[in-house]
Design a protein around this ligand. Structure first.
Ligand code: DAH
Length: 357
């Protein structure tokens, strides 16, 4: 190879190595191999080379052109891969960045309890339904077998709303039991539902708030028995309070919408306030086998279907589990109280982790 070719080669290969981006590599390619490029010009000038040298010089030029072209192609592939890596690195989100606790909200203890109830009954095959907080007389009372002059109506300290047009008298629901009626009139049986939500009664002191929360439960099928009721509620209470040995007692009672009716008590120690053993009993919820008249009121044939219902106060469950003694701060939005009793939204209630809270 003649000197001019070997120095062109050496120069070009060094420049290819040194090119650190695709644009300068392309400029180099044009300067050497382009139409006006240095090597192209030499090829074009081949005609002026004396005949005895022409063949050898032509071969040398072609070889050099091929070597330069493949060196450029190799370098281009390398630079393209590097550019792609840089692009991906720039787009990446750093998921290891910790959250900023100062802007983190907290879950209210009432919402936490509802979440735990939903987790436990969800595992037992119940689904969540909701109903309106403004109810009519029939859903809140009549269909539940509480007739016009029944004492249960007085006991409930109902908030009545002014009549609207010819509509029946409306009330703020005094319990979540109308959720049973709404469920049964919306679709044919079977049913396995819970109805958590807000309820209202004209009552206000350390243990009563005019707005409070309940959770209703309803299980109707062909052969649901009182045994299922007991099993479900014992399982629920032991899971909720995270006490596998929690004593649970069923005590005969009366509700217009169940027959038989039972109040459910859990064991506790009156002196220490501790749940579990201790010989004392604490009333915790109401339950029973759904009254045949309630089924019939909803168009469900009591000769074919039967089951149980229950209702519990969510504030009470929350106070017992979290050791909160006064009901009033629940709804006062005092940030100090909320920060003390609130739950991390990053740790939702998950059954297999236990619900000790
Ligand atoms: N609705 C009742 C109340 O507010 C609670 C209740 C008792 C609901 C027994 C039920 C039940 O479903 O079976 O006091």
């Amino acid at each position: 190879m003649t000197d001019d070719l070997s120095s062109l080669g050496a120069e070009t290969f060094a420049a290819v190595e040194a090119a650190d981006n695709l644009a300068s590599l392309e400029a180099l390619r044009v300067a050497v191999l382009g139409r006006q490029g240095r090597l192209t010009s030499l090829l074009r000038a081949l005609g002026e080379v004396p005949e005895d040298l022409r063949r050898e010089r032509g071969q040398a030029l072609n070889r050099l052109r091929d070597e330069i072209a493949s060196a450029i192609a190799e370098r281009r592939a390398l630079l393209q891969a590097a550019a792609q890596d840089a692009g991906i690195a720039a787009e990446r989100i750093d998921v290891t960045l910790p959250p900023r606790p100062s802007v983190l909200g907290l879950i209210h203890p009432i919402s936490r309890t509802i979440g735990e109830i939903v987790a436990i009954f969800g595992a037992l095959g119940f689904r969540v339904v909701e109903g309106p907080e403004i109810e009519d007389d029939w859903h809140n009372f009549g269909a539940l077998n509480i007739p016009e002059h029944h004492p249960a109506r007085q006991e409930m300290d109902t908030f009545y709303l002014p009549p609207r047009g010819t509509n029946a008298r409306r009330v703020l629901r005094t319990h979540t039991s109308p959720g049973q009626i709404r469920t049964m009139t919306a679709a044919p049986p079977p049913y396995r539902v819970i109805v958590p939500g807000r309820t209202y009664r004209a009552d206000h002191d350390a243990t009563h708030s005019p707005m409070f929360h309940q959770c209703e439960g309803l299980a109707i099928d062909k052969a649901i028995t009182l045994g299922h009721l007991k099993g479900c509620l014992i399982d629920f209470l032991r899971a909720f309070f995270d006490k596998p040995e929690l004593p649970v007692r069923f005590r005969a009672s009366y509700f217009p919408f169940t027959e038989p009716s039972m109040e459910v008590d859990i064991g506790w120690n009156r002196q220490s306030g501790e749940l579990g053993q201790g010989g004392d009993w604490l009333e915790i919820l109401g339950s029973g086998m759904v009254h045949p008249r309630v089924l019939a009121n909803c168009g469900v044939d009591p000769g074919e279907w039967q089951g149980f219902a229950f209702g519990m106060g969510i504030e009470r469950l929350t106070m017992l589990k979290q050791g909160i003694t006064d009901l009033r701060p629940f709804f006062e939005s005092d940030l100090r109280w909320l920060r003390h009793y609130g739950f991390s939204p990053l740790r939702p209630p998950i059954l297999h982790e236990g619900l000790a809270g």
